[in-house]
Structure formats: structure tokens, C-alpha cells
Design a protein around this ligand. Structure first.
Ligand code: CP3
Length: 344
């Protein structure tokens, strides 16, 4: 039986005449309706833990643009919080967490299956969305990959080069490995519960994979994502997995097989024609358009969008940006991108 939803067809390996489309961070601050709902919730984390309002912001870009997929509104840092880390957001700066750099700090974390109650509002959001989304829209659940989540748990914040995580890996491999393992197990539990609640696809975000070099890339980006994918496939055969080892460069080659993923999301640091030749043979690909086009628009947006659609048009392809849309994006440019993808 052929799946009807276009995203599921592309993920199953079908080449479609027009690629289905969605956008990373499609529910976000560039939309006035998102800002209004976030204000109603009070702050970002209260929005994440309010199932009705989190479902509302997830639906906003679907109503406005009719994207083919909807991504659950939540954040990758809810998992560390559920494991017992303190988490807060500093306006204009980003996330802050209590840090894990010693065995004592690690020992205070909760076991992986203890995260369930804390995260139950997220599962509730998924349930609401699976009822309320249009029949043709695919619901994507997600989590951060262990390395990316670990970089935040170790540094206590976002860092330009993930220096503190690299330092812990070099200086205290036992604690680093134990933390990676804890996050991996918790993530399997979390994503599996999202699927039980109604997520039809899941995506693993390894936003900082690019800073891993040599064997570390395989050991700490690819292998943990492969372990998560394999565990999910055992429990939920047929649920497609998208993996995003951002910044992988040439190491995108072979990533489908190495991870066991149905789709590899690519950033904007690789060329679409190169991706078609070297990555798409492994399965569906997604991404690549520079997010800055959503700010600048115009002819460059149209020609770049066409170039990517053409380059990836002979294989399974989901149109997306190379990274999340930024708050300074113009909502009209998003419409222009969609019109260009759908109407040529
Ligand atoms: O894509 C979506 O629309 C789904 C929701 C989603 C969010 N964050 C909402 C969010 C997803 C998939 C994420 C993933 C995420 N979160 C990642 C991995 C992907 C990536 O972007 O690299 C990372 C590293 C985080 C951690 C995080 N959350 C940071 C660093 C920040 C602050 C940066 C910023 O833009 O301010 C967040 C906050 C965040 N997560 C926002 C949104 C919509 C902005 C919060 C706000 O409304 O103020």
C-alpha cells in the first residue's frame, strides 16, 4: 500500500513531481501570531509545557502556509530538564542550564525512564495535534541528538565551538560517556513516547555534529543516532526517522546507511548538486536552502529555491531550509519560497 501523505511517500523513497515542504522552526518568532501566543503563555518554557498553546503555535504555520508537515512545538533541552538539570532562558541570549562536569553532578541525574511524567505535557501536545492537523499534514516529533544535548548540559549554555564538551571528552571520558549514554537512553524513551502519542515521523537534531573530528564524528554523532534509530525501528517498525548531522560536510556520504535513517537533512554548507550525486542515492534528503533568504527574499530566493528543487528533483526530496528560520525573517518571503517550490 502506498502511503498517501506526500512527506511519507518521499520518506519511503518515492520521487515526487513536486517536493513536499516544511521548514525548521516554522513555528517561531518571525510570525506575529506566535509572538502573541508566547506572550499569552508567559514565556518560552511555559509555552512548551502548555499542551493547548503548544498545539496552537504548531498549527499556526499550517493554517497560514499549508506546509506538508508539522513539527511538534517543544525544545531539545526539555530532556536535560526532565533528567533533573535546571533550565531557563535568558531573553536575547538563549538557554542556560546547570552544568554536568563531574561524577557527583552526573550521579544526581535521574534514570532514563524517570523522565516520563515531566514530559507528559509534550505527549499531550502530540495527541492534540494528531486530532487537529489536516488529514494531509504529517506530524513530526523530534529530539536532540546525544552529542548536541550533551554540549548544552556540559557547558550550561550554547557555545560557539562546543569547547567545554570537547574538554570533558578529553579529560574525563568516563563521565562524558556516562552522560552520552544517559541522554541516548532517555531520548529513545522520549521519542518512543512521542510515537505512541501520534507522531508519524521523528527527527534527531545533531546541530553541533560538525565540530566532531576524526573518529569522534563516528563515535559521538553517527553511533548514538544509529542506536536511537535502531531502538525506535525495533519498537515502531515503519515509522520513518530523519537524522540531521549538521555540518557533516563530506561525511554526509553514507550517512543514511551508517545511521539507518530514512532521510538525511543537510545544512547549507554543501552544494545541492553534490548532495544529489553523493548523498541522495542512500535515500530521501531534506534541507539546504540558506535561512538568510527568508530575510532577504527577492530574485536570489527564487533562483536558489529553483536550483535546489532542480538539483534534487530526480530522487526522493523534501524541501526545507538548511537550518531554522530566524526571527528577522519576513513571512512574505516564506510564501514566495512555497509558491516557487509548488508552481516552479
Ligand atoms: O522547528 C520547530 O519549529 C520545532 C520546535 C523547535 C524549537 N527548537 C523551538 C524553539 C525545535 C525542533 C528546536 C530544536 C532546538 N532547540 C535545537 C536544534 C536545532 C537547531 O536549531 O540547531 C537547539 C540547538 C535548541 C536549543 C535552543 N532552543 C536554543 C539554542 C534556543 C535559543 C536560540 C533562539 O533562537 O533564541 C532555543 C529557543 C527556541 N526553541 C525558540 C524556539 C521557537 C525561540 C524561543 C522564543 O520564542 O523566544
Amino acid at each position: 500500500m502506498t502511503a498517501q501523505k506526500t512527506i511519507l511517500r518521499a520518506l519511503a523513497g518515492e520521487t515526487l513531481p513536486t517536493p513536499p515542504i516544511w521548514m525548521m522552526r516554522q513555528a517561531g518568532r518571525y510570525l506575529p501570531e506566535y509572538r502573541a501566543t508566547r506572550a499569552q503563555a508567559g514565556d518560552f518554557l511555559s509555552l512548551c509545557y502548555n499542551p493547548e498553546l503548544a498545539a496552537e503555535v504548531t498549527l499556526q504555520p499550517i493554517r497560514r502556509y499549508g506546509f506538508d508537515a508539522s513539527i511538534l512545538f517543544a525544545d531539545i533541552l526539555l530532556v536535560p530538564q526532565a533528567l533533573g538539570a535546571d533550565l531557563w532562558f535568558v531573553t536575547g541570549e538563549g538557554p542556560r542550564l546547570s552544568t554536568i562536569t563531574t561524577q557527583e553532578e552526573f550521579d544526581k541525574l535521574l534514570p532514563p525512564d524517570a523522565i516520563h511524567d515531566h514530559l507528559s505535557p509534550v505527549y499531550k501536545t502530540v495527541e492534540i495535534l494528531s486530532r487537529e492537523l489536516p488529514a494531509e499534514t504529517t506530524l513530526i516529533g523530534f529530539a536532540g541528538a546525544p552529542w548536541t544535548v550533551a554540549t548544552y548540559m556540559i557547558a550550561g549554555r550554547g557555545t560557539p565551538d562546543q569547547g567545554p564538551a570537547h574538554a570533558l571528552k578529553a579529560e574525563n571520558r568516563a563521565v562524558f560517556d556516562a552522560l552520552m549514554d544517559r541522554i541516548t537512553e532517555a531520548t529513545i524513551h522520549y521519542m518512543s513516547a512521542q510515537i505512541d502519542a501520534g507522531a508519524e515521523v521523528v527527527k534527531i537534531f545533531d546541530s553541533w555534529a560538525g565540530s566532531l573530528t576524526g573518529d569522534d564524528f563516528t563515535d559521538y554523532s553517527i553511533k548514538p543516532m544509529a542506536r536511537i534509530t535502531q531502538a525506535l525501528k525495533e519498537k515502531h517498525p515503519g515509522v520513518p526517522v530523519i537524522a540531521f548531522p549538521r555540518g557533516a560536510g563530506k561525511r554526509y556520504i553514507g550517512a543514511h546507511a551508517a545511521i539507518g535513517a530514512d532521510c538525511i537533512a543537510v545544512d547549507d554548507g554543501v552544494d545541492a548538486a553534490w548532495v544529489a550525486e553523493n548523498v541522495q542515492s542512500g535515500g530521501c534528503v531534506q534541507g539546504n536552502l540558506k535561512s538568510s533568504h527568508m530575510v532577504t527574499g527577492g530574485e536570489a530566493l527564487v533562483s536558489e529555491t529553483r536550483r535546489i528543487v532542480d538539483a534534487l528533483g530526480s530522487g526522493p526530496h523534501i524541501f526545507n531550509l538548511g537550518h531554522g528560520i530566524t526571527p528577522d525573517a519576513d513571512p512574505e518571503n516564506v510564501q514566495l519560497m512555497i509558491d516557487t517550490v509548488r508552481n516552479g
